[in-house]
Design a protein around this ligand. Structure first.
Ligand SMILES: Cc1ncc(COP(=O)(O)O)c(C=O)c1O
Length: 432
């Protein structure tokens, strides 16, 4: 059912005319589910662990991005009347994927240009590149995050019919719109309704991955607005320059200030560094790099809970945040807390789109071909899997399944062992 309006507009009706918004989310409120097997795993007797299932907040593409895009695209379409957007991110950017999909399904559709920089290559990256193209985005390549930002800005200067959306939909070093952050203040109002209905007790702590910080900043600002006792623990998954306490506090305050400016009934509030915790030590050597603890958290939570409940984390954001939560839960003094893990990673199946795209990377601009040609990542490539086996295999053109995750793999064991070793050489785990 399409949402009529955000809870924020119900609570502060003056905001309705002043804050741009379009409905994009199709499945809200997202459920909060208790993770009882994880509670047992950590021997919690008095504590409770929940997950906020934002991973399924949209029928095609769930995750944290669409909550931001409802407000950002509201501005693009309703206020600025633009018919195209340009944005940037790593070659596996989820923000870029969300933008490509939304631009494609809007009526009328928007043009979408993505400027992408290098990040460690995984099958997630390969899949994302194929999906951007499948959903009609135009791709541009640059080597580093800084050079790609400059390229995108130049493009925008010469293409004024485009709206420029900052990476991750968050302000960058204090610059840019706080509208994406407002999407997560709205998310806390949604959580508060669930608390009132008794679906979850007021959490002591929310664990969240912090990249460009908009998501965490919105949750922090929302808790401040409602005076919740909940403390947001933001786990840093990008470099210090972007995720740091002052940036988080500034972004959260910026969104609150924006809303107060639009409606004087909205309280005047400021977030300080005491209002949240910034957790470091889970990034590894850089953005997108797989870490041992992150991978272990992904695998453990999938086995314990995700397999049954239908979600799977990844190693760039949610796996690192979960690793931070695991280390927190090991400590005796934390075993009586009510903890909410905010799942920001899509868990809808996108494989049909990949299948339709036929792994045909040659359709992408030439500069991206090397990400498919220089190293083999897909299990059917590294095993040289014969067509008759491959075509009937659930791992073929599938996002997460690889031969070691399916029982019915028809290849002989020797070949599988060889391939596993080969793969371990190309995907390096960081000791973090
Ligand atoms: C799956 C996932 N989780 C968390 C984040 C972090 O969100 P933010 O950039 O708002 O900090 C991102 C951002 O791309 C993401 O893709």
């Amino acid at each position: 059912m399409e949402r009529i309006e955000p809870l924020l507009f119900k609570k502060y009706p003056n905001l309705k005319k002043k804050v741009p918004w379009i409905p994009l989310l199709t499945n809200v409120p997202t459920p909060v589910e208790r993770l009882t097997k994880l509670e047992k795993y950590f021997n919690l007797e008095d504590g409770q662990i929940y997950i906020k299932r934002d991973d399924k907040n949209h029928q095609i593409y769930g995750g944290n991005k669409l909550r931001k895009l409802e407000f950002i695209f509201g501005n693009t379409i309703k206020r600025k009347k633009k018919k195209a957007i340009v944005t940037c991110g790593g070659i596996g950017t989820n923000h870029g994927l969300a933008c490509s999909i939304i631009c494609n399904i809007l009526n009328p559709p928007l043009k979408c240009d993505l400027f992408l920089f290098n990040q460690p290559l995984t099958w997630h990256v390969q899949r994302s590149l194929l999906l951007y193209d499948y959903f009609g985005a135009k791709l541009h390549f640059g080597k580093t995050d800084v050079s790609i930002l400059i390229k995108a800005l130049f493009f925008w200067i010469f293409h004024r019919k485009y709206d420029f959306i900052l990476p991750g939909g968050s302000p960058l070093i204090g610059r840019g719109t706080p509208l994406g952050i407002v999407g997560f203040i709205e998310a806390i109002l949604e959580l508060n309704e669930q608390i009132k209905k008794g679906q979850i007790s007021e959490p002591d702590i929310i664990f969240i991955a912090a990249g460009t910080t908009g998501t965490a900043a919105g949750l922090i600002a929302g808790c401040k607005l409602l005076g919740l006792k909940t403390k947001v623990y933001a786990v840093a998954v990008v470099k210090d320059f972007i995720v740091n306490s002052s940036n988080l506090a500034r972004n959260a305050s910026k969104a609150l200030k924006y809303l107060h400016k639009k409606d004087k009934n909205f309280p005047k509030l400021k977030v300080t560094e005491d209002d949240f915790e910034l957790i470091k030590g889970y990034l590894g050597s850089g953005y997108g790099v797989k870490t041992i603890r992150g991978q272990k958290a992904v695998d453990t939570i999938f086995e314990l809970e995700g397999k049954e409940k239908g979600f799977d984390l990844e190693t760039t954001y949610t796996g690192k945040a979960m690793a931070g939560m695991f280390d927190f839960l090991i400590k005796e003094e934390n075993k009586n807390k009510i903890i909410l893990f905010w799942n920001t990673y899509n868990s809808n199946d996108l494989d049909n789109y990949i299948k339709e795209a036929q792994f045909d990377y040659k359709k992408l601009p030439k500069k991206f071909h090397k990400f498919f040609e220089e190293t083999n990542f897909q299990c059917w490539q590294i095993t040289n899997c014969p067509d008759d086996i491959k075509m009937n295999c659930p791992a073929y053109l599938n996002h997460e399944y690889r031969f070691w995750r399916i029982i019915e793999c028809q290849l002989d064991e020797e070949k599988r062992n060889e391939a596993y070793e080969a793969l371990n050489k190309v995907i390096k785990l960081n000791d973090a």
